[in-house]
Design a binder for this molecule. Structure first.
Ligand SMILES: Nc1nc2c(c(=O)[nH]1)N[C@H]1C(S)=C(S)[C@@H](COP(=O)(O)O)O[C@H]1N2
Ligand SMILES: [Mo]
Length: 326
């Protein structure tokens, strides 16, 4: 097995809270979008057509009421968020996904939900888009490589889907499997990871309201390089837990083995919670570079425990030795 190549980036940056005018604009925009939605999740037939053509299409969403779901830091630019990506199925360079993911066919698309549940099923994307009200969540995303972004995602809590399929008492963990199609994904030719890309969460982590099933970002359907048509976003864990282009969700009794753990177990554990006090064996995790904050005076930011979501998720790990269970 080839060594996986997630490694720390180097280069610092500063910047603070989103200016008030931007916040207000954002609110106006959300009000507009919510009004236009009137019970539907997609902005009508035109939106669907645009999506079928692979163009940007609007997704209507209301502002999330989940505590901690609206980080008030300056947003990463759409340009940066869509051109600096990890999506190894399309290559390991940051620029590969934006270049190569355009041909990914995101429709028709369905997600199989199976395993230890009373109501397994195959969910079509259209059904998922309507399963729960769309919310905008502004989350920090912290990559294990040492950089971070702030992204306005659109989706709903994974818990909504989990409640519908009724996990049984053996469902202790959830495994996420993503698309692995050699015809569409040139990166699968490389042995950098075992394909398909697999991730996992404990059931209480998967049920946490902050755990998002995301269908879009920046008011639009998900760009392909960011994991269209749907992906996970788990904001208090390193970015690789947020699996892109999901095709299967399995409820299981045993802790799943993720692709990253399989590739390098001493480097990537099951939990992978953002933790500035637990270094990666090859680099420190104490600080991070905010993408877009480049330049002469840019400083690295201190990395926050659980990526800043400690008040919301800390109790999930009460009594656990987070140095051992990294
Ligand atoms: N299927 C799949 N999902 C993936 C990855 C990947 O290579 N394949 N990379 C992960 C990593 S390392 C990160 S940091 C985030 C990046 O998400 P973004 O491109 O939207 O910022 O996606 C994660 N999800
Ligand atoms: Mo990452």
């Amino acid at each position: 097995m080839t060594k996986p190549s997630l490694r720390p980036a180097d280069a610092p940056k500063p910047s603070e809270v989103t200016p008030r005018s931007v916040v207000e604009q954002r609110r106006d925009w959300l009000r507009l979008m919510a009004g236009a939605a009137a019970g539907t999740t997609l902005a009508g037939w035109a939106g669907r057509e645009a999506m079928a053509q692979g163009q940007n299409a609007k997704l209507a969403a209301i502002k999330s009421a989940v505590p901690g779901a609206l980080t008030m830091e300056k947003l990463t630019s759409y340009q940066d968020a869509t051109t600096y990506n990890n999506f190894y199925e399309f290559g390991t360079d940051k620029s590969d996904p934006a270049r190569a993911a355009g041909a990914l066919k995101t429709r028709p698309w369905s997600v199989a939900v199976e395993g230890e549940v009373n109501k397994p099923g195959v969910f079509d994307l259209d059904a998922l888009l309507k399963l729960a009200p769309m919310e905008e969540r502004i989350y920090r995303l912290r990559c294990v490589e040492g950089w971070s972004m702030v992204i306005p995602w659109i989706g709903w809590s994974l818990a909504e889907l989990i409640k519908k399929v009724e996990p049984n008492s053996r469902a202790k963990y959830v495994e996420f499997v993503t698309l692995a199609d050699r015809a569409q994904m040139p990166g699968l030719r490389s042995g950098v990871l075992d394909w398909p890309y697999v991730e996992g969460l404990r059931i209480d982590e998967a049920m946490h309201p902050l755990t998002l099933l995301a269908f879009g970002m920046y008011g639009e359907l998900m760009p392909k390089q960011n994991g269209a048509p749907l992906r996970l976003v788990v904001p208090w864990k390193y970015g690789f837990k947020s699996a892109k282009s999901l095709v299967k969700i399995r409820f299981v009794e045993r802790e799943p083995v993720s692709s990253w753990t399989r590739a390098a177990p001493q480097e990537y554990g099951f939990y992978s919670n953002v933790n500035p006090k637990v270094d990666h064996p090859r680099w420190s995790q104490a600080t991070e570079r905010r993408i877009g904050e480049d330049g002469l005076f840019a400083k690295k930011r201190p990395t926050l425990m659980f990526n800043g979501y400690e008040a919301q998720v800390g109790q999930l790990y009460a009594g656990m030795d987070l140095k051992k269970l990294y």
